[in-house]
Ligand binder design. Structure first.
Ligand code: ZN
Length: 303
């Protein structure tokens, strides 16, 4: 799949953080995480998708975003937090990395979370249900990008890190926007709509406009680009957030984020799976409270 294709529009599916810790049963579970899995699995198989990229939050054990990293003072260069600090709260924490924060204080104002997505743990894996009948179809993923791997930095968008350094995905997408002849469509799905999904959609729009503004032959040659420098000038590059393949920190936050995205150049779309299954098994599964997307997945995969 990972090659240029002679299609008018080249579709890139960007799956954000569909990991066990962000789904039901995980340490920062978002309600509804598992419901989007069959919809994403179906999207991966669509003809209009030519490249599937999936991201994973992937932290070392003492990551700066973990509340636990700041409680006992064991973390190098860190003072223990005073008093009670529950996860999901903002706090000023010491960090050796003060490049872009509160200069001179040595402290960073951070959102703190329960431990999550520790590199290589079950929680960091792509979603799978312990009973074994539903999982993210990782075999259809072309490229995995792991973020938040630096113990001192968090990563809410997948194109730049917290101190403004471009990521590997940034360079990949920049090169595709600059050099491919096709129109491009980015489809963004995953967790959480009001977090990494929205940040990434906003940042993609930023990347697209910066590439288009800089797209002059001189700049192109300086950067070592040997494609037709005018090739992408008139190219259409769209960013779409697939609303029913995302979940937010809450339903309200999900809706608020979508409403805000609709006021930008980002398109909010839905992916509708046809539901042809009216067999007895489907009826049984409906009685068990499964969604139509889950029923379709289970029956079509012969589970
Ligand atoms: Zn994280």
């Amino acid at each position: 799949m990972f090659h240029r294709e002679a299609v008018p529009e080249y579709g890139i599916l960007l799956i954000i953080d569909v990991q066990n810790d962000f789904c039901e049963g995980g340490s920062i579970a978002r309600k509804g995480g598992r419901k989007i899995v069959p919809i994403i699995n179906d999207l991966m198989k669509q003809d209009r998708i030519h490249l599937v990229v999936a991201t994973q939050d992937w932290h070392p054990k003492n990551h700066i975003s973990f509340a636990s990293s700041h409680m006992d003072g064991e973390r190098v260069g860190t003072e223990p937090l005073q008093g009670e600090i529950a996860p999901f709260k903002r706090a000023l924490v010491r960090s050796p990395n003060t490049v872009s924060y509160a200069p001179g204080t040595g402290k960073v104002d951070k959102m703190l979370w329960p431990d999550h997505c520790v590199a290589g743990s079950i929680g960091s894996g792509f979603y799978y249900q312990q009973s074994g009948d539903l999982w993210l179809d990782y075999k259809n993923i072309d490229l995995i990008y792991r973020k938040g791997t630096d113990s001192e930095l968090d990563a809410y968008d997948v194109l730049w890190d917290e101190i403004g350094r471009p990521s590997a995905l940034h360079f990949l997408f920049e090169s595709m926007i600059r050099n491919m002849d096709n129109d491009l469509a980015f489809y963004i799905v995953g967790i959480a709509t009001d977090g990494c999904v929205a940040y990434t959609a906003d940042r993609l729009v930023q990347l697209i406009s910066s590439v288009k503004e800089q797209h002059e032959p001189k700049v192109c040659m300086e950067r070592g680009c040997f494609g037709d420098p005018k090739a992408s000038l008139d190219k259409k590059v769209t960013v779409k957030v697939v609303s029913n393949a995302c979940v937010g920190t809450s339903e309200e936050e999900h809706q608020n984020a979508l409403e805000r995205l609709k006021t930008t150049s980002i398109e909010v779309v839905e992916h509708i799976i046809p539901f042809p299954h009216n067999c007895g098994r489907a009826a049984e599964l409906r009685k068990d409270g499964l969604t139509e997307a889950e029923i379709t997945y289970i029956i079509e995969e012969g589970k």
